[in-house]
Structure formats: structure tokens, C-alpha cells
Design a protein around this ligand. Structure first.
Ligand code: NAP
Length: 534
């Protein structure tokens, strides 16, 4: 029976001696080699990497991290568009166990965040555990062996535990517009930026006005000949106030780390207050909407343009955006904002609803991601061979966004109903990681081989989630990627983040069906379930 953490006295258990070393392979003639590991983690973004680090900090070495690319970073590796940055302040957007006193700005740029993740992977010794250029093709629960059988582009694995940290914003969504496949110019998605293609002097169409587009539009506008922005729904935009962090402050954070912790805590509570408006009292958002209107009035002198850019839904129903340079960019002479629907794309142009044809050389799609309809759930099969996709029927659900009935020993990071519209996802990820660690410690202590959340517990939890969505700003009538194909908000956590932490701080085996195995006697491990430190 696998043991997830070393016992306190450090002596080897029989289980330890039976455990095969990581990357060991076993094969008979003509068979594909199979690598046996205790734990397989998917992805090296904040969630997969954070999980790997915390396992290692708890003394676990028998894990592999499956990474489809050749670098660390998940979404912070893939999104390299000009101006890509975080809209959560840097001091909060980092692991609680690896604060970075060197952040250069209030809101870090993509390259700095990716370098931070690379640094963490190196500092905590995760690199040797990563299987690069390795894409998951299939993962199936094997009932006889009580293990996951995992097929990847780099071969086969088996693992007692499978942890999916693939991230909700990794599959680009391209718009389904008539004729788009016949476009003869250059077309790409914001998360697959073509850096070898020079936009200078080009006629560029940008589709979308979400968090990505409002960041790259100001950066490309000075270079292009003409920029047409196709806006379907205007976003609510607040001032960003991004600025460099002075060197004296960075030195202070370095010498006196407590000062950065204090700053981080302050930012956390400032962000957390927004949940009051989003979840409990949407009417109090009126004051913030006035702030946003004033921001637009200051930055957009043309009343006609202002009318086009004014949102007609309650702030927060879609993600609230931050920008100081998007509105001024739209007033530049080489920029046109079009709010008519796109009727079709032709070889060298885009035709809008009224029949006007706009000639363009390039189309950049800032059209977001597949979130509730990603492909991965089709390739993960639980008990009886049923896929996660079939299980979910387009409405993903899990217990605390982490465990799913019918899928033993499977853990999701940033699973259903763990997303946020107001605070740092790293806080949620670390809460989930603590929950998983506590689960593994409990399995060790109680000699459990398999855990599976009870379906009635998961159902009750998801009923609660959906009931709590009523009256929130997210159900106030806009369309957004928070909602799945059935119109349910299966993306966001409907409350304060500290509530999520509080409820996930202990793994309760009573909520799970378990299979135990006779095991050699060894001492139980102290449960280590710490809150993510602020
Ligand atoms: P997004 O927020 O989903 O925005 C997609 C945009 O494309 C929307 O304006 C949408 O219009 C438009 N669109 C989609 N299909 C269209 C079509 N067929 N015709 C016309 N317009 C179309 O995507 P995103 O900007 O890539 O951002 C996704 C998420 O990534 C964000 O919400 C955020 O969570 C994350 N992100 C975070 C940061 C950060 O700073 N931390 C930065 C970038 C992204 P509608 O609104 O009408 O649907």
C-alpha cells in the first residue's frame, strides 16, 4: 500500500521499500514501458507547480509532473501578448511560502511572473520531477489495481493519485464567424501571439474587449496603420494605477520580510471587500460604477465614443477590468471602434451587419478561452470507464472544486466553483493544496488506499453553490464565460475566499467512501493543514 509521507521517526516502512523509485520503468518484451509513480500531477502553472512544491516540502519525492510544453508557467508561459500583465497586485499574486521582494511593479508583467515560477521550480527542486513535452492523452481508473493508468505522448504511467492542475484558461476559443477559415491574411489568438509577424503598418482587426484585448490594444496601436476594434459587449473598466515599486521598498521587503507580509495582508482584505458587492449586495456596486463612468469621462472626450463604450449591465457580472491606457488609445486617429455584429469574414476583409466591408491584413482574436467546455474531461475516465465530460454533462461539478464522485483518488486544482472575480487565485489554489495534503496524510494515518467523495455529499455541496448564486451579480442577466452551456455558474466561488479556506482546512473522511488495505504498522503522521499564509 502506498505511503504518501515519511513517518516521523524516519524509519523505512515495508511500503517504502516496495515503492519503486520515480522514473523507474517496468516492461516485458514488446510492451511499452510503464513508469510507476505514487502521484502524477498535470501542469506546471501555479496550481501544478504549487502542488509539487508542497508535496516535496512534506517529504514526498515519488511524483511526476506531466507538462505538455518545454517550459514552466501554464497560462503565464502561453500568454506572451504585448502588455500582458496581472490584474491582481504582485505582492498577493505569489505563493505564500515564496514571497518575492523583487517585484518591480504594482502589477507584474507576464515575463516577471513566468520567471518567478521558473525560479520557484528551481529553488524547490521540482525540475527533475517534470516530464517535458508530455501531453496527457488518456487517464483511466483501474478498478483491479486501484490506480490510475495514464497514457501520454511520452509513454505510460500508473499512479495511485492523479492531480489535475491543467488550469481553466489554457484552451483558446476562436470565434465561430462565417467564412473565418477562408481569411487569407494572418489570424491568431491573443494567447498564441505571433512574435515573428511584424504588425508595423498593417491594417489590424481586433475581436474582443476582454482582459487580454484591453492590455494588448494600447501596445500595438502606435505601430499599426489602422486598428479596428470589434466590440460585442463593453467592459467595465476601473483605473489601474500601476507603478514601479521603488528600490527602497524592495530593499525593505528583502531585509524585513514581515513588511511585505503586512502589505500582502492589506491588499488581500482590500480585494476581499469586493465580494460584498459581487455576492451579497450588488446594489453597493453603484458607487464603483460611478467611479468607472468618471474614469471613462476623463479619458474619452468624444460623447459618441463614450456611448459606445458604456456598459449596460451591472458591474462585476463579467470580470471587472483595470486599465489606464485602453480608453486613451481608442481616441487615437488610427483607431475605430465598431459595435455592429460581424456578419462574415472574407479573404481580405470583415463584413459587418449593415453590409460595410472593412479591409484588413490581420485579425487578432482576443476572444477568450474554453472554460467550462475544455477537452481534457473527455480523456479522464473514472469508475466504469465513464469520462468526466459524460459525468458532468456540460455542467462541471465537484466537492470543493476538488474531488468528484465516481473518480477515486482524483483531485482537481481550480476545479468547478473555485474561480474568483475579486481576489487572488493563488489563495484558492493553496487552500485546495492544503486540503489535498491533509487528505493524503489522512490516507497514510488510516491506511487507506482509495478515497472517493460520496455522491450525496457532492450533490448537496453543488446544490448549495447554485442556491448561493441566486441574487449574486453573476446572475443579473449578462452573458459571460462564468456560465456553462446550461446557464449555471459552475466557475466561481460564491463567497469570501476565507470561507473557502476555512471549509477546506481539514479533510473529513466521513464525506468519502474509502477502501483500506492491511498495511504494516507504522506511526501516524501529524496532520499538516495550514492556512495559506497571507
Ligand atoms: P474574455 O474575457 O473571455 O473576453 C473575450 C472577448 O471576446 C469578449 O469581449 C467577448 O465579447 C469577445 N468575443 C468572443 N467571441 C466573440 C465573437 N464571436 N464576436 C465578437 N466578440 C467576441 O477573454 P480574455 O480577454 O482572454 O480574458 C479571459 C480571462 O483571462 C479573463 O477574464 C481573466 O480571468 C484572465 N485574464 C487575466 C488577466 C490578468 O491580468 N490576470 C489578463 C488577461 C486575461 P462578449 O463579452 O460579448 O462575450
Amino acid at each position: 500500500m502506498p505511503r504518501f509521507f515519511a513517518s516521523n521517526n524516519g524509519s523505512k516502512t515495508i511500503a517504502d521499500s516496495q515503492r519503486r523509485p520515480i522514473l523507474s520503468s517496468e516492461s516485458s518484451h514488446n510492451e511499452v514501458p510503464v513508469r510507476h509513480v505514487l502521484i502524477a500531477i498535470l501542469g506546471t502553472g501555479f496550481s501544478g507547480l504549487g502542488m509539487a512544491i508542497r508535496l516535496k516540502q512534506h517529504g514526498q519525492e515519488d511524483f511526476v509532473v506531466i507538462e505538455k510544453a518545454d517550459d514552466i508557467g501554464g497560462t503565464w508561459r502561453d500568454n506572451t501578448y504585448p502588455g500582458c500583465a496581472c490584474d491582481i497586485p504582485s505582492h498577493l499574486y505569489s505563493f505564500s511560502f515564496a514571497l518575492n521582494p523583487r517585484w518591480s511593479r504594482t502589477y507584474s508583467r507576464q515575463s516577471e511572473i513566468r520567471n518567478y515560477l521558473r525560479y520557484c521550480a528551481k529553488r524547490f527542486g521540482i525540475l527533475p520531477h517534470i516530464q517535458w513535452n508530455c501531453e496527457l492523452l488518456n487517464a483511466s481508473w483501474n478498478e483491479d489495481e486501484q490506480r490510475w493508468h495514464i497514457t501520454t505522448t511520452q509513454g505510460q504511467f500508473t499512479a495511485a493519485i492523479l492531480i489535475l492542475g491543467n488550469g481553466p484558461l489554457s484552451e483558446p476559443s476562436l470565434p465561430s464567424i462565417s467564412g473565418i477559415e477562408n481569411f487569407a491574411g494572418v489570424l491568431f489568438h491573443s494567447s498564441r501571439w505571433k512574435h515573428d509577424y511584424d504588425l508595423t503598418g498593417k491594417r489590424v482587426a481586433v475581436i474582443g474587449t476582454g482582459a487580454s484585448a484591453i492590455q494588448f490594444v494600447p501596445h500595438i496601436q502606435p505601430h499599426v496603420k489602422h486598428l479596428i476594434l470589434f466590440q460585442r459587449t463593453p467592459p467595465w473598466i476601473l483605473p489601474r494605477h500601476d507603478q514601479p515599486i521603488p528600490s527602497w521598498q524592495r530593499a525593505m521587503f528583502h531585509i524585513l520580510p514581515i513588511t511585505q507580509r503586512v502589505m500582502r495582508t492589506k491588499i488581500y482584505w482590500q480585494q476581499e471587500i469586493a465580494a460584498l458587492g459581487l455576492v451579497y449586495r450588488p446594489n453597493i456596486l453603484e458607487k464603483i460604477m460611478q467611479l468607472a463612468r468618471r474614469h471613462m469621462a476623463r479619458q474619452v472626450p468624444d460623447p459618441l465614443l463614450r456611448a459606445k463604450l458604456t456598459p449596460h449591465y451591472i458591474m462585476g457580472c463579467k470580470r471587472i477590468l483595470l486599465s489606464d491606457d485602453f480608453y486613451p488609445t481608442l481616441s487615437q486617429p488610427n483607431v475605430e471602434v465598431i459595435t455592429d455584429r460581424i456578419r462574415e469574414v472574407r479573404a481580405h476583409s470583415i463584413v459587418i451587419e449593415d453590409g460595410t466591408e472593412h479591409e484588413v491584413d490581420t485579425i487578432i482574436c482576443g476572444t477568450g478561452f474554453h472554460v467550462t467546455d475544455t477537452h481534457l474531461p473527455q480523456f479522464v475516465h473514472g469508475r466504469g470507464g465513464r469520462s468526466l465530460a459524460d459525468n458532468w454533462q456540460a455542467s462541471p461539478s465537484a466537492y470543493f472544486g476538488t474531488t468528484v464522485a465516481g473518480f477515486p483518488n482524483l483531485f482537481l486544482l481550480i476545479g468547478p466553483n473555485t474561480g474568483l472575480g475579486h481576489n487572488s487565485m493563488i489563495f484558492m489554489i493553496e487552500s485546495q493544496i492544503s486540503y489535498i495534503l491533509d487528505c493524503l496524510h489522512t490516507m497514510d494515518r488510516r491506511h487507506l488506499q482509495t478515497i472517493e467523495v460520496r455522491s450525496e455529499i457532492q450533490e448537496a455541496f453543488n446544490t448549495e453553490m447554485q442556491q448561493r448564486m441566486r441574487g449574486t451579480v453573476w446572475t443579473s442577466g449578462c452573458s459571460s464565460w462564468y456560465l456553462d452551456a446550461n446557464g449555471r455558474n459552475t466557475t466561481l466561488w460564491p463567497g469570501f475566499t476565507f470561507e473557502f479556506w476555512h471549509r477546506t482546512r481539514h479533510f473529513d473522511p466521513q464525506h468519502y467512501d474509502v477502501i483500506s488495505q492491511p498495511v504494516p504498522a507504522y506511526g501516524g503522521e501529524k496532520v499538516l493543514c495550514r492556512p495559506p499564509q497571507l
